[in-house]
Design a protein around this ligand. Structure first.
Ligand SMILES: NC(=O)c1ccc[n+]([C@@H]2O[C@H](COP(=O)([O-])OP(=O)(O)OC[C@H]3O[C@@H](n4cnc5c(N)ncnc54)[C@H](O)[C@@H]3O)[C@@H](O)[C@H]2O)c1
Ligand SMILES: [Zn+2]
Length: 362
């Protein structure tokens, strides 16, 4: 088992290993005092691991109850939060008790948000079960839900007490969800970790065999990168924005697809556009576009805008991008690459250069 510390206030540890679910009760008991445990999960993860975790806790003598909601982003709203909160009140959960968020990013965001407001805040622990949640959403303390007006519009910064990353649960994850998480791992490689990028390149599609040693390395290095960034900038005042590499273009792709294209696919293409932009704007000192493009091709990930939005022209895409108030509020700071493994903040890239680069990446 590997352990990583996230030095936020308060700080906490990430534990990474195989078959970790079984070890949770003992570790929790050694680590903190609590009364009952509320496992919050979604309908799919409940069947795969929720019941199992409930039994593991109960066998250890920990009083526990399972609360679940329908799987999918559509459940990430206040209605779900209120339903869960009412069920927990009715089951007698109070401030001595503990929430375990068992699932992907949706569960983590909902359960974390609920934990931050339930009785003005009760402790919670993340047990992420998707690759994306393991390398991204379970670390850093961002919680929240969507509104009809947009994603993640309500939320809090609220750090978990602990994060348990069980590599074994990834075996049931569909390949598309593995690729979704892999895009964020490639992102860490691009902005901070040349060796991680090189490792992914060397392994290629063999990574999809989900060998625990490979997964352990990918996840440890990614968590290390995210922990490094959020420890230095918890509330996204500066450095944390580096995590937006690939996301300026990626978010626009995601919005234009009406959230039909998975986030990681949009980020993959977004990273490639932003890599090319790094070269066109003279920021890149070494090639960044070709290495990233060949990596995405090797991994059978999308790499062209037209792979994701076949019906939208570069000009239409650009005009949607320039209408996005979040992107263009006052000045636009975009994350570019000096080389693979080294980021650079760049302000106000000229519109015509962006349009030209978009055309190249179609
Ligand atoms: N808080 C943050 O910092 C942060 C960062 C990135 C993303 N997010 C949020 O995370 C969410 C996306 O997370 P996600 O991609 O994990 O989606 P998700 O939680 O919807 O999970 C994807 C699907 O996989 C299923 N699943 C989960 N674990 C499984 C397993 N082990 N085996 C088989 N199926 C499994 C789920 O039931 C779901 O159907 C978005 O809402 C996004 O806004 C938050
Ligand atoms: Zn992302």
């Amino acid at each position: 088992m590997q352990i990583l510390k996230v030095k936020t206030k308060p700080s906490y540890e990430i534990l990474i290993g195989e078959n970790l679910l079984e070890k949770i009760p003992e570790d929790l008991k050694n680590y903190c005092d609590f009364g009952k445990v509320a496992i919050i999960t979604d309908s799919k993860v409940e069947k795969l691991y929720g019941q199992k975790l409930l039994e593991i806790l109960q066998d250890f003598g920990i009083p526990a109850k399972l609360f679940s909601f329908p799987q999918g982003e559509a459940s990430k709203n206040m209605d779900t939060v209120v339903k869960l909160a009412r069920a927990m009140v009715q089951a007698g959960f109070d401030r001595k008790d503990l929430i375990l968020a068992l699932g992907g990013g949706v569960v983590g965001d909902v359960a974390g948000f609920l934990a931050s407001i339930y009785l003005r805040g009760i402790p919670f622990v993340q047990i992420p079960t998707t690759l994306l949640a393991q390398v991204d959403s379970s670390i850093g303390g961002k919680t929240g839900v969507d509104l009809p007006e947009g994603k993640n519009l309500l939320g809090t910064f609220y750090q978990p007490k602990r994060v348990y990353i069980d590599l074994s649960v990834l075996n049931t994850l569909p390949l598309s969800e593995i690729k979704n998480g892999l895009a964020e791992i490639i992102k860490y490689g691009c902005i901070l970790k040349t060796k991680l990028f090189q490792f992914i390149k060397n392994k290629g599609k063999a990574l999809y065999k989900l060998n625990p040693q490979d997964l352990g390395y990918l996840i440890y290095e990614s968590c290390f990168a995210k922990a490094y960034v959020v420890s230095r900038d918890e509330k996204e005042a500066g450095l944390r924005r580096v995590l937006n590499f690939g996301h300026t273009i990626g978010h626009a792709l995601e919005t234009l697809s009406n959230y039909q294209v998975p986030h990681g696919y949009c980020v993959a293409v977004g990273m490639l556009v932003e890599a090319r932009l790094s070269e066109v704007l003279g920021v890149a000192e070494k090639p960044v576009y070709e290495p990233l493009k060949s990596l995405l091709i090797d991994l059978e990930m999308p790499y062209k805008i037209s792979d994701l939005l076949p019906l939208i022209s570069p000009a239409e895409f650009f005009s949607a991008l320039s209408r996005d108030k979040k992107v263009w509020k006052g000045k636009l700071t975009i994350v570019l690459l000096k080389k693979i493994g080294k980021f650079h903040f760049y302000e106000n890239p000229p519109h015509e250069v962006i349009l030209q680069t978009l055309e190249e990446c179609y």
